[in-house]
Design a protein around this ligand. Structure first.
Ligand code: HXC
Length: 258
């Protein structure tokens, strides 16, 4: 499928999706969000793909939703059109892991998109922010909820209310990103993490993604119960037998997703 606003490359078992609107710092317009949703769904359905990496350019992961496209929208259009809801839900439904490799600006919808991924690896040039307040609006694709859960109320509130950007070091200290790497090594590190995941049993991978994500949605006791059920279920798999006997035999496990 030929896309206009993103570039998709399948490298072995990793789908690399690159946001590609360089003239607008990868601002998220409806064409880009539509293509991104489709590419993610295709990667999720492609049996060869075992992990997805989402990235932007060196200067910007994405500088937010496209302001020129939103500027003239009325309340009725935003409300009845359920602005950004379908796009967000499409990303939330992906079952394979998505790693965000963030360099430069991840602002507004760009920060929210990165937070929708399963973890973020940031270059030392990354800048995160929710500056919608400067436009007379507020976060609309999960920022007020996800940033608050990730970095706590105080930092999240300050960032949303003042529009202040957070640099990569602060983002790592605060738990927004899993780690910071030199800009030149960003893609190597992100692809390396993705390749590690591709070597695991997809049964464990999908169960882990589900269990960790449940921790945001439910009580501790319900989450613990779900984790235990998934953990127990994995004992029904050949990959559990293979993983544990490989350890005992001191050899590499050969997982077959069975
Ligand atoms: C449309 C954008 C854009 C955006 C940048 N551009 N951000 N176009 N929507 N969000 C365009 C600029 O207009 C400019 O186009 C080109 O990209 C380069 O940007 P510059 O501003 O010239 O670059 P620079 O001076 O380096 O400043 C970078 C920046 C700034 C600090 C990131 O562009 C900026 O503040 N952008 C807006 C950030 C923002 O407010 N994001 C939140 C959006 S609202 P031309 O044609 O002039 O060269 C949002 C709502 C989320 O995300 C709700 C749910 C999704």
């Amino acid at each position: 499928m030929a896309y206009k606003t993103i570039i998709v490359e399948i490298d072995e078992h990793v789908a690399l999706i690159k946001l590609n609107r360089p003239d607008a710092l990868n601002a998220l317009n409806s064409a880009l969000l539509g293509e991104l949703g489709q590419a993610l769904r295709e990667a999720d359905a492609n049996e060869k793909v075992r992990c997805i990496v989402l990235t932007g350019s060196e200067k910007a992961f994405a500088a937010g939703a496209d302001i020129t496209e939103m500027a003239d929208k009325s309340f009725v259009e935003a409300f009845l059109g359920d602005l950004f809801a379908r796009e967000a839900e499409a990303i939330e439904r992906i079952r394979k892991p998505i790693i965000a490799a963030v360099s430069g600006y991840a602002l507004g919808g760009g920060c929210e998109l990165a937070m929708m991924c399963d973890f973020i690896i940031a270059s030392d040039t990354a800048k995160f922010g929710q500056p919608e307040i400067n436009l007379g609006v507020m976060a609309g694709m999960g920022g007020s909820q996800r940033l608050t859960r990730l970095v706590g109320k105080s930092k999240s509130m300050e960032m949303h209310l003042t529009g202040r950007f957070m640099d990569a070091q602060e983002a790592e200290r605060s738990g927004l990103v899993s780690r910071v790497v030199p800009a030149k090594k960003l893609m190597e590190e992100a692809m390396g993490a993705a390749e590690k995941i591709t070597e695991k049993s997809q049964l464990s991978v999908v169960a882990i993604k589900e269990a960790v994500n449940r921790s945001y949605e439910t009580t501790l006791s319900e989450g613990l119960l779900q984790e235990r059920r998934l953990f127990h279920a994995l004992f029904a798999t050949e990959d559990q037998k293979e993983g544990m006997s490989a350890f005992v035999d001191k050899r590499e496990a050969q997982f077959r997703d069975k």
